[in-house]
Ligand binder design. Sequence first.
Ligand SMILES: [Zn+2]
Length: 307
Amino acid sequence: MSVAFISHPACRLHHMADGHPEQPARIGVIADQLHARHLFDFLVHHDAPRATVEQLARVHPREHIEQLSMKSPAEGLAFVDPDTAMCPDTLEAALRAAGANVLATDLVLSGQARRAFCNVRPPGHHAERAKAMGFCFFNNVAVGAAHALEAHGLQRVAILDFDVHLGNGTEDIFRRDERVLLCSSFQYPLYPDFNPPSVPGHIVNCPLPPGSGSDTFRNAVSQHWLPALEAFRPELVFISAGFDAHAADPLAELALTTQDYAWVTDAACAVANRHAAGRVVSTLEGGYDLAALALSAAAHIESLMAA
Ligand SMILES: [Zn+2]
């Protein structure tokens, strides 16, 4: 069955500052690499809808949504933290990025697609319930997961986050919700400098020291994520797909390779095949070396199409 590829032109218009690593070109290089591999035309393409206030409000207070609307500038930039700013196109891009996850969830749960990749920005996993931060405004994957739980009535969804930064926002949102198994690997110490000493059993955190490479990452996934996933038996698997743990990435010091992203995707798909009718919804998070991002994301999507 098909793999959906969901994006929107607005995601290329969100622009924080010249030289900012979270740049519009990130979306384009992934699409270009899929063209180069002759994969692009085998994906089923959709424009992302805007997430509705009701869909966002499952994971964010309405005041957070209203504050971002009020902060949205008519021109120039409005900063929400020193690294994160809104331009006039940011709100539209953020609504489409969250809405992509809603559409992806609907497509895979209705059987119209087996898997989906959301090629969207701004990213989402640092966005807490009531706080935009770390290049993120709405928590895109959390909006999708909440849609699966509340609109579709699922009882168990897994979120796998291999971005090099801890997804503090996703953890904040689902810390008390045992319907969500959240498995993360991340460099520590590193932004957001958060590695809670104790977490509930449905949160599986794998901090990795700077310099860690393929073996350390794969061991963490094999020893911690996979047994938890097997025991949990998710009905749907979400992936916060950040590619900034790649050795070439300028924002961190892990040393993953392109092949590691194919490997972890194959492992996620194998879990989904056993427990979730193969259903996987993946969404772009970080990844700031454009060449490494393009190759890693393409390897990830190729695995989504094959496994
Ligand atoms: Zn990141």
